[in-house]
Design a protein around this ligand. Structure first.
Ligand SMILES: [Zn+2]
Length: 351
């Protein structure tokens, strides 16, 4: 684990964060202390950042693009940009079987537990494998998304980013695929519906690949709107002719760059989201549409990720009490991934 700074306890944060009042109120004059508190108050921590060391141990072979270094690439850029200390850092807990079963079949969940190897690799599909640490990583990844929903619903955070792997949006109700085991964003959406009584949750998916697993899980559940832009025809070779009133699929050709991406979001996502009025906005944040990412074949830049994040923030401000939970999906050009995710998180945090 290379993280140079670990999340401290709540007590330590209280003792070291000016503006929380505990230190300043110990002065002789309460009135003066209140004035000082007002003058020195820092912005409240609005953005939670969730990850777990187990996500680094899910390693499915040298040369596999979905590699542990992806987590470090993002964290390194957050450190270099000075953002990481300003985020509310949390270690992800494991999702429970009950939480997973809101999005996945119990037989599928049991099969994943059964297939988890004690040594070596166990393949779930030609692209998707488990090592002895993968089950915990997958449970922590889904657990991070659930925790992040709880965090924004309680008001402890305005929004959250989950730096997690394995990714999730290709995992269907009963299927692993495309590096994905459990569908983290879908588990989060289902948690918001079932645990928090939400009636309308939106998922915005700007990964270069179609979020086919998310569509599979919510195809018949109009409480969840999925907005997905993706390259087509391309893996997973679906989505162009599916969709319905609450599944907003926007297939785009190879070579799509920022201007075309922004136009597609503006034309297709925004009217749908405005009329849907989501009470919570989730983001499947894949950064493999970046122009430096060979796997994607799109031409997005950091500024495009900042733009779409700001645009989604404005939707959330109008309809969702500013509540956003963003979970990492793809992104395999490590430097571009780090820069893009940092741009995304900077806009989320408003810093
Ligand atoms: Zn992808």
């Amino acid at each position: 684990m290379r993280r140079p700074e670990r999340r401290t306890s709540q007590a330590m944060r209280n003792a070291t964060t000016p503006g929380n009042g505990r230190i300043l109120k110990s002065g002789n004059s309460q009135r003066n202390a209140q004035r000082i508190t007002l003058l020195t108050r820092r912005p409240t921590m609005h953005t939670a950042y969730l990850t777990h060391p187990a996500c680094l141990k899910h390693d499915i072979g040298a040369g596999h693009p979905e590699c542990p270094a992806r987590i470090h690439a993002i964290e390194d850029h957050l450190i270099a940009s000075g953002l990481l200390p300003l985020l509310d850092r949390l270690e992800a807990r494991q999702a429970t079987v009950e939480e997973l079963a809101r999005a996945h079949g119990r037989g599928y969940i049991e099969a994943i537990f059964r297939h988890a190897p004690s040594s070596g690799l166990a393949y779930l599909d030609p692209d998707t494998a488990m090592n002895p640490h993968s089950l915990e990583a997958a449970l922590r990844a889904a657990g991070a998304a659930v925790m992040a929903v709880d965090r924004v619903m309680s008001g402890e955070a305005e929004n959250a980013f989950c730096n997690i792997r394995p990714p999730g949006h290709h995992a269907g109700r009963n299927s692993a695929a495309g590096f994905c085991i459990f569908n983290n964003v879908a588990v989060a959406a289902a948690h918001a519906l079932e645990q928090h009584g939400m009636e309308r949750v939106a998922i915005a998916d700007f990964d270069v690949h179609h979020g086919n697993g998310t569509e599979d899980i919510f195809r018949d559940d109009a409480r969840v709107m999925l907005c997905s832009t993706f390259r087509h025809p391309y893996y997973p070779y679906c989505g162009a002719d599916s969709g319905n009133a609450h599944i907003i699929n926007v297939p785009l050709p190879s070579g799509t760059a920022g201007a075309e991406f922004r136009a597609a979001v503006t034309r297709h996502w925004l009217p749908a989201l405005e009329s849907f009025r989501p009470q919570l906005l989730l983001i499947s944040a894949g950064f493999d549409a970046h122009r430096e990412d060979d796997m994607g074949g799109f031409g997005l830049k950091e500024a495009d990720y900042a733009w779409v994040t700001q645009t989604l923030k404005e939707i959330a401000a109008r309809h969702a009490g500013r509540r956003i939970v963003s979970v990492l999906e793809g992104g395999y050009a490590l430097n571009a991934l780090g820069r893009s995710a940092a741009a995304h998180i900077r806009v989320l945090s408003g810093l």
